[in-house]
Ligand binder design. Structure first.
Ligand code: ADP
Ligand code: MN
Ligand code: MN
Ligand code: MN
Length: 338
């Protein structure tokens, strides 16, 4: 009987931005992974006098940080009575996706993040700002401009070993800022893979004594914030005639009540206002516009999509600290409105 380590991972109830929590269960290799429980009063998910919450495994992959056979187990959180916990945003998404299965929605998330050392962006001189302003850092090379590449490379390798749908990485506009892309994948799937990739990033960065921050505006002043551009398409959008459906979707996104709903999910009150000022790519959050190849718009339609008359579109507004399940939910909801 071989024993393996299963790392049970869940999303907690910390506000405004949830944290990832995890603990290890020793289980028999090849056996079904059981539900588990945890002390919800220590994760802002329950009161002390009634503190048990349940963990239900929903996505399992190899653990690239441990031994062959060990597993990472992403879980949904449930109340003791078996109902989904209020912080469980995955369950409503799974239900909505089930309803619109025939559309086969695909999402591609561009997760930006910033390494922080002792509470200050990694690569910034301690307590002050770099002498060289934004310019050479994006997709850059050289020790003067690149900070944390070893962590980034180790993370990419780990994501591939885990079987995550990671599709690329790049250095970003601010020093110490990077991006990985997950997708295309279904809504719950993209969320699972993004949360798992975040987990791996934070675990690997621990070894280097730095934090991977998903804050939307980690450095004040003339520095780009960190986003999570969300690319989206349905099967009909990817087929002939799809361009008209994309324009139709962009118009639905512009309905005032929908703008409000989207901004809530995209990080309103959690750095979105500081990030989307209109000064650093993407227009102000107070405006809504879509355009072909326009990186100053809320929604960008790639040039290739216009030329081929089918494809996908990119919502540039979501912040790095989004819950991908919430974002996938609000997008599918809007696209499927009458
Ligand atoms: P950008 O040019 O904005 O930096 P990236 O290359 O970083 O774009 O990210 C684009 C993302 O869009 C990738 O995750 C990719 O998998 C995803 N993507 C590509 N095609 C589609 C599609 N048809 N539907 C949804 N997402 C897609
Ligand atoms: Mn990108
Ligand atoms: Mn980017
Ligand atoms: Mn983008």
């Amino acid at each position: 009987m071989a024993l393996i380590k299963a790392e049970y991972i869940w999303i907690d109830g910390t506000k405004p931005d949830a944290l990832l929590r995890s603990k290890t269960k020793i289980v028999e290799e090849g056996k079904a992974l059981p539900d588990w429980s945890f002390d919800g009063s220590s994760t802002n998910q329950a009161e002390g006098h009634f503190s048990d919450c349940a963990l239900k495994p929903v996505f399992v992959c190899p653990d690239p940080l441990r031994k062959e056979g060990d597993l990472l187990v992403l879980c949904e959180v449930y109340n003791a009575d078996g109902t989904p916990h209020s912080t469980n945003t995955r369950r409503p998404l799974v239900e909505l996706e089930e309803k619109h299965k025939h559309l086969e929605p695909w999402y591609g998330l561009e997760q930006e993040y910033t390494f922080m050392k002792d509470g200050w962006p990694y690569g910034f001189p301690p307590g002050s700002h770099p002498a060289v302003p934004q310019g050479p850092y994006y997709c850059g090379t050289g020790a003067s401009y690149m900070f944390g590449r070893d962590i980034v490379e180790e993370h990419l390798e780990a994501c591939l070993k885990a079987g995550l749908k990671i599709s690329g990485i790049n250095a970003e506009v601010m020093p110490g800022q990077w991006e990985f892309q997950i997708g295309p994948a279904g809504g719950a799937e993209v969320g699972d893979h993004v949360w798992m990739a975040r987990y791996l990033l934070q675990r690997i960065a621990e070894k280097y004594g730095v934090d991977a921050s998903f804050a939307a505006k980690p450095a004040k002043g003339d520095w780009n914030g960190a986003g999570c551009h969300t690319n989206f398409s349905t099967k009909p959008m990817r087929e002939d005639g799809g361009y008209d459906l994309i324009i139709e979707a962009c118009k639905k996104f512009g309905r005032p009540d929908r703008i409000e709903k989207h901004l809530q999910a995209y990080g309103m009150g959690r750095g979105l206002e500081e990030r989307l000022t209109g000064k650093h790519e993407t227009c102000s959050y107070k405006e809504y516009k879509y355009g072909v190849s326009d990186r100053g718009a809320s929604i960008r339609i790639p040039l290739a999509t216009q030329i081929e008359k089918k494809g996908y579109f990119e919502d540039r507004r979501p912040c790095a600290n989004i819950d991908p399940y919430e974002v996938a939910h609000v997008i599918l909801e809007t696209v499927t409105l009458d």
